[in-house]
Ligand binder design. Sequence first.
Ligand SMILES: CC(C)(COP(=O)([O-])OP(=O)([O-])OC[C@H]1O[C@@H](n2cnc3c(N)ncnc32)[C@H](O)[C@@H]1OP(=O)([O-])[O-])[C@@H](O)C(=O)NCCC(=O)NCCSC(=O)C[C@@](C)(O)CC(=O)[O-]
Ligand SMILES: NC(=O)C1=CN([C@@H]2O[C@H](COP(=O)(O)OP(=O)(O)OC[C@H]3O[C@@H](n4cnc5c(N)ncnc54)[C@H](OP(=O)(O)O)[C@@H]3O)[C@@H](O)[C@H]2O)C=CC1
Length: 383
Amino acid sequence: MSEEQADRMIENVIGQIGIPVGVATNFVVNGREVLVPMATEEPSVVAAASNIARMARELGGITTTTSEPLMQAQIQLLDIADPHGARARLIESADEILALANAQDPKLVEIGGGARDIRVRILPRSEGGSHVVVHLIVDVADAMGANAVNTMAEAVAPRLAELAGGRPLLRILTNLADLRLVRARLAIPPGALGGGQVVDDMLAGAMLAVDDPYRAATHNKGIMNGISAVVLATGNDTRAVEAGAHSYAARDGQYRALSRFERDESGSLVATLELPMAVGLVGGATKTHPAARAAVEITEVKSAAELGEIVCAVGLAQNVAAVRALAAEGIQRGHMGLHARNVAIGAGATASEVDAVASALVADGRVRADIAEGIIGELRAER
Ligand SMILES: CC(C)(COP(=O)([O-])OP(=O)([O-])OC[C@H]1O[C@@H](n2cnc3c(N)ncnc32)[C@H](O)[C@@H]1OP(=O)([O-])[O-])[C@@H](O)C(=O)NCCC(=O)NCCSC(=O)C[C@@](C)(O)CC(=O)[O-]
Ligand SMILES: NC(=O)C1=CN([C@@H]2O[C@H](COP(=O)(O)OP(=O)(O)OC[C@H]3O[C@@H](n4cnc5c(N)ncnc54)[C@H](OP(=O)(O)O)[C@@H]3O)[C@@H](O)[C@H]2O)C=CC1
């Protein structure tokens, strides 16, 4: 990206930060071979996703589905005397509200998207009384959709307030995009994972993440290692997807694992993942960032829905990789093995020394800066 492009993208630009983009291999998603670009600063993430994608191939790869691209804007209404009466009046006028919303974005309507429905929620308010919140549900087609739905929300808010007999306050999308869900499923025979005991231990480890928020946070971080990397590489909004994922993980009142691990009747591990996925192929930085455009081209996806499904597939593979390592040899062997090059660089290894120092660290088994410094000293003394 040129300095000029960067300067137009955000404010007060003083530079750019480079994040490596790796390509995850071996993915078969819904029967199609896919190469997946991943932008991440963390070693072993690309390798781990590729590793499980490879194992999943034996039973057909990863299968995904998606719901319609429905985003929701919230319009908060205040000072309403009769919340239930207001709710009824708003629903009675739904057609008028949807038409008003659609008038804001003729292009979106033309391509088959647009406002679809409204929902009126009456919620208990912590300080007494109730909140009245209207959800405007919009099919955003191939956009992430925040700007599109926010524009509609601001346009319909005065009329909603008039109908409800109050005043509008917040008018903004919700990142808990629970009407725009993606799902992924994979199955791996026990032999590929290291045997039946490893599968049993993966199930036990994954179940802790269902029941314990302390473990769930880390389990879901492993999922997001994959998800955020693809979202970032394709120029999408990582914070929006992360907010959606974590709020969905807490949807029943307790923060839980986003994925589930089971054994099927043949003994294979079956892993599934479901989460909101607000990603686009148009809008935001997706079209303006040249690297993001190139990343999307690599995936060969034709719609935002298809991109979201691939993101979900990578999140699931990433999660299974981490849980397999944790249940088998522990995370440090694979992760620190690939992290060794960073440790070597941090300890002062030059470009020509990095690989030798990293290999020596892995062979030593102690991937530490002080050990790396010692190895560098030995290498230089030998010269
Ligand atoms: C790291 C591996 C893959 C090694 O795995 P391995 O079996 O020791 O290595 P391998 O050399 O036999 O490679 C196996 C496959 O992995 C891939 N692979 C292997 N190395 C590379 C590489 N350099 N470049 C590209 N791809 C690589 C590649 O697909 C390869 O097969 P191939 O295609 O060659 O036939 C394995 O140990 C693993 O999957 N570990 C998990 C690592 C992980 O999850 N890292 C994420 C960071 S840790 C974290 O942040 C999350 C966590 C753990 O806290 C989440 C949680 O708690 O749930
Ligand atoms: N809480 C959050 O997550 C928030 C996020 N954001 C930011 O909003 C941005 C994303 O908003 P978004 O609405 O996607 O961006 P844009 O408004 O840039 O893009 C959406 C618009 O693109 C046009 N368009 C052209 N082709 C298509 C197509 N095939 N499918 C859908 N729309 C199409 C549409 O109409 P038209 O041509 O008429 O514009 C549509 O309104 C991101 O940068 C995000 O960071 C902003 C606020 C809050």
